[in-house]
Design a protein around this ligand. Structure first.
Ligand SMILES: [Zn+2]
Length: 301
């Protein structure tokens, strides 16, 4: 009797062991299955991540695609338009241009299929002698007046034209000039480049070497840091510069220098002595077009 009971207990224990064993085996294999699925999902997502990263690195932001550009045997010269304040002048100040006239001129450029250059593109045109298929122009506005942001930017945005504003970096708290937030908004549109017009708009050729250095370097550094960019253009206040200024501009890390001398820009004048076309009030569309296309006559003087 005792023996029978013992056997029964042993058999029951064995059955229990088998049941427990089956349960564990099943669970482990399920776990394995889950784990495999999980890792395959992970593998899939990480391969997608890699793919995305690869795609991003193929099209580097800011890289200029010049595959469709035309190469020229002779030096390419082109107009750099020079604007200042976009407002109606009550005092006969010829540096002020009514926004309506600015709009007409921008429309003329658009209607006549002009390609508006960025500073980076202008540099390639000047140094590599190649250009987009279209006629080219570089639109520049000096000083950084608030009306460039309130009146000029909407026109440029509407017509999808690129322009460069040369900013005086000491004007950040001045009510007549645009500020950092406006600057960032314009830059992020991809249409407006903000470059340097020095810190305090002094005639650079009258300054000591050290002052020139500070005016050029501090303005560049502020723009570089604030807009996370490599500022490459220096626009000389009132167009005043000399050999020392040109040399210092290059040493400080600029690539191009803009003057107020009239004519088309050409590398013959030197990359730090580029001529521009000053736009005064009073043009209608047609006379603006004639003025722009005939201003190259100064280029060879
Ligand atoms: Zn100026």
């Amino acid at each position: 009797m005792k023996k029978k009971a013992l056997w029964t207990i042993v058999i029951l224990l064995l059955i229990e062991l088998i049941l427990v064993g089956v349960y564990f085996t099943k669970n482990t294999s399920q776990n394995k299955k889950l784990k495999t699925e999980e890792s395959s999902i992970l593998a899939k997502s990480s391969s997608r991540e890699i793919k995305e990263t690869t795609t991003t690195s193929e099209t580097k932001p800011g890289e200029i695609d010049t595959t469709d550009w035309l190469t020229s045997d002779t030096d390419i010269s082109f107009p750099i338009l020079m604007y200042h304040s976009l407002t109606v002048s009550n005092d006969g100040n010829t540096l002020k241009l009514p926004p309506e006239e600015f709009k007409e001129q921008m429309e003329w450029l658009k209607e006549n299929d002009y390609y508006t250059l960025t500073p980076e593109e202008a540099y390639i045109v000047l140094t590599e002698n190649k250009k987009p298929k279209e006629k080219i122009v570089w639109i520049t506005l000096d000083d950084g007046y608030l009306n460039n942001y309130t009146d000029g930017f909407p026109i440029l945005k509407q017509l999808k034209l690129n322009a460069t504003i040369n900013y005086i970096t000491s004007k950040q708290d001045n009510q007549y000039y645009f500020h950092q937030a406006d600057m960032e908004k314009m830059k992020h549109s991809g249409l407006i480049s903000i470059e340097s017009h020095t810190v305090s708009h002094l005639d650079l050729n009258t300054l000591s070497d050290e002052q020139i250095h500070t005016e050029l370097l501090d303005s560049k550094k502020w723009l570089d840091d604030t807009l996370k960019q490599q500022t490459s253009v220096i626009c000389y206040p009132a167009g005043r510069y000399d050999d020392r200024v040109e040399k210092e501009a290059e040493l400080t890390g600029y690539k191009l220098g803009l003057t107020t001398e009239p004519g088309y820009a050409s590398k013959n004048d030197g990359l730090f002595a580029l001529k521009r076309i000053r736009v005064s009030p009073g043009f209608d569309k047609e006379s603006f077009g004639n003025y722009l296309t005939s201003s190259n006559q100064y280029a060879n003087n």
